[in-house]
Design a protein around this ligand. Structure first.
Ligand code: SF4
Length: 386
């Protein structure tokens, strides 16, 4: 059985995912960071062995698209040379870690990430496919809105804590205990009867599971920071990635001048140490650019499953979406670009677009078979003006 045909797993580099435009090869940067040589090398690999397009995912990973079975082997060799390849599928799958991009030289974030990566590699834990960790150890939390099952955070006084998702309070830990405690929480999750490959911590706790006394905490985590936006930060320049997809040429430009890239789960990338906003096709540099409010999958003609050109429609509608709302345009019901809910979701079908309000591609549409040109000429239908 080919790797690509295995079901019930999360795609990675070693075991890619088939898509309409070929294999999708997911690369998980260690510590959530690519040095400049790795970023430039990835751009080269995407051009040589893929179709030149690179997704920036909601797990802060990159995906090289349009890879064939033949070029996959060559791509893996290239990733190994860039030290971006895990030794095996199990290690790669467990290394599902979000890292705050706002760490500073000399703080503990990168060391915690490296320790957790190593501990997970050694653990042989069989975790559910989406089970993940977050290292969100700044003065305020920036990853609270992003999916994770075990979090390493700080309290208001700066002490470290480990918190299971779904628990309001975390367990205070010394620096040397943080990774071991995070792993102990994951072990407890596995041992407490979660056999389901889709199991998640918050659901487990909500269903009545109780953390053991040794892992339960009474410490309030630090406050949550307002959502990050494109702009200049002490750590560098944060840019948005239109539709979560870069061309190899834009990734090359971003990695130019020797700047490392810190990945985020917000379809934004931080160019480390950069003091001016980068400019390249497909980058969003304005903090309130309407393009930040729209999500669209590859769509036609890039994906064979697609019933419509999703990105053209999303771009045409972006200016009509309220500042606090989000529009998701999906080429089919699979919802590859966004599995969660959005204020407005348009799903392309063979009969036109289905409209879902405050839901996902899998929810019941309020209207079916809408015509693309009608939506563009009267976007009030999206907001309930029908
Ligand atoms: S959601 Fe979009 S990218 Fe995913 S299979 Fe459907 S059309 Fe293709």
């Amino acid at each position: 059985m080919s790797a690509a045909s295995v079901k019930g797993w999360c795609p990675g580099a070693i075991r890619p995912m088939p898509s309409g435009d070929g294999l999708v090869v997911r690369v998980r940067p260690f510590g959530g960071r690519l040095d400049a040589a790795q970023a430039a090398g990835l751009a080269d690999l995407a051009e040589r062995h893929g179709n030149g397009l690179i997704d920036v995912t909601s797990r802060a990973n990159l995906q090289i698209r349009g890879v064939s079975d033949t070029s996959h082997r060559l791509l893996l060799d290239g990733l190994a040379q860039l030290t971006l390849l895990d030794p095996d599928v199990g290690t790669e799958s467990r290394r599902n870690i979000l890292v705050t991009p706002f760490w500073r030289d000399g703080d503990e974030t990168q060391a915690l990430a490296a320790e957790l990566e190593e501990a997970l590699a050694d653990s042989m834990l069989e975790l559910p496919m989406k089970f993940g960790f977050a290292i969100d150890d700044g003065k305020s939390r920036v990853l609270a809105g992003n999916s994770a099952d075990v979090r390493i955070e700080r309290d208001a006084a700066g002490g470290l804590l480990v918190r299971a998702e779904g628990a309001r309070l975390g367990r205070s830990v010394a620096r040397g205990e943080a990774v071991a405690t995070a792993l102990a929480v994951a072990r407890w999750f596995v041992a407490s009867g979660v056999k389901n490959r889709r199991g998640r911590m918050a659901t487990h706790l909500a269903s009545g599971a109780k953390l053991p006394e040794a892992l339960r905490g009474e410490t309030e985590p630090a406050p949550i920071m307002a959502a990050a936006r494109p702009g200049l930060y002490p750590q560098g320049a944060m840019v948005g990635v239109a539709f979560g997809q870069l061309s190899h040429a834009t990734l090359h430009q971003l990695s130019g001048c020797g700047h490392a890239l810190r990945m985020t789960p917000w379809r934004m990338v931080l160019s480390e140490g950069k003091r001016t906003m980068p400019s390249a096709p497909g980058l969003i540099t304005e903090p309130y650019d309407p393009a930040l409010r729209v999500i669209a999958c590859s769509g036609a003609p890039r994906c064979r499953e697609a019933h419509a050109d999703t990105r053209a429609l999303a771009a045409a509608l972006a200016h009509n979406i309220g500042a606090a709302a989000q529009l998701h345009v999906s080429g089919c019901v699979k919802g590859c670009a966004h599995s969660g809910t959005a204020a407005i979701t348009l799903v392309a079908t063979a009969q036109g677009f289905d409209l879902v309000r405050s839901g996902s591609t899998r929810d019941e549409p309020v209207l079916r078979g809408l015509d693309r040109d009608d939506i563009i000429s009267d976007p009030s239908v999206l907001m309930g003006g029908n």
